[in-house]
Design a protein around this ligand. Structure first.
Ligand code: SF4
Length: 250
């Protein structure tokens, strides 16, 4: 990838001064597409487990037939887990409903809870710069989280909360049909790939989302990059990988 002066300026903003090329993902894409063709599109289960001990409200799990608008309404009024009691806003997601790229994070933070939009504040600004660095505008991708409501004190989502709420994300994926999903941060990556493997071992590889066989890449959360600026070089390698993979899917 040859950088334009504008992209170089964005990289400077990100704090990235060096980049090196990523191994070509062509073969991995071909392999994942072959697996997808062989496996066929698996159904996403969006119905609740009637035997679950959670506080799931059955109405909230009947979401498989909802369109974008009704799904957003459902999230806004959702009381399916205890996190609804502390929220200012449920944070549904933002972006183009025709997007090729879906960015998935963990959960809203304080700024997101206040504004009702994912990835705002400093981490959001860095994400915007990361996207611009590979020629993408925030409004041309779709951005969502595993959890739609903010956990208190930004604690990690509890497994039962993620289990309930991720169904909204799966319906968003079903409606969006993205060509590529990028999980930012450990929680989103491990939850969607159903693994305990460390993020450092998940990045730099082309995975597929088990339910849909959608190509799937893992990188660092922008909030982590703000705390650990030395990792921005690796994030830039991941971004090049994202760009290359998106180019191959078009
Ligand atoms: S976190 Fe998800 S499941 Fe829990 S109340 Fe909010 S929208 Fe509903």
């Amino acid at each position: 990838m040859t950088l334009t002066p504008q992209q170089q300026a964005y990289l400077t903003t990100m704090g990235v001064t060096v980049w090196k090329d990523q191994s070509a993902p062509e073969r991995q894409i071909q392999e994942s597409q072959t697996r997808s063709a062989e496996a066929g599109p698996p159904a996403i289960s969006l119905t609740g487990d009637p035997g679950s001990a959670s506080t799931v409200n059955a109405r909230n799990l009947d979401i498989k037939a909802l369109d974008w608008s009704d799904l957003a309404d459902q999230v806004r009024t959702c009381t399916a887990c205890d996190l609804h009691t502390g929220r200012t806003h449920a944070v549904f997601g933002v972006g183009s409903q025709q997007a090729d790229l879906l960015i998935v994070g963990e959960a809203p933070g304080a700024d997101e809870d206040r504004q009702g939009e994912p990835f705002v504040g400093r981490a959001g600004q860095l994400l915007n710069e990361m996207l611009k660095a590979i020629g993408l505008q925030r409004q041309t991708v779709y951005i969502a989280n595993i959890l739609k409501c903010r956990p208190p004190n930004n604690r990690d989502p509890k497994p039962e909360e993620a289990e309930i709420c991720v169904r909204y994300l799966y319906r968003q994926i079903e409606l969006l049909q993205p060509k590529l999903i990028v999980a930012v941060g450990r929680i989103a990556a491990q939850r969607l790939l159903k693994t305990d493997t460390a993020l450092s071992k998940l990045r730099n590889k082309l995975h597929v989302l088990p339910e849909t066989q959608t190509p799937f890449i893992v990188t660092y959360h922008p909030a982590y990059l703000l705390r650990s600026p030395l990792e921005k070089r690796k994030a830039w390698q991941d971004l090049l990988f994202v760009k290359k993979t998106l180019d191959l899917t078009n």
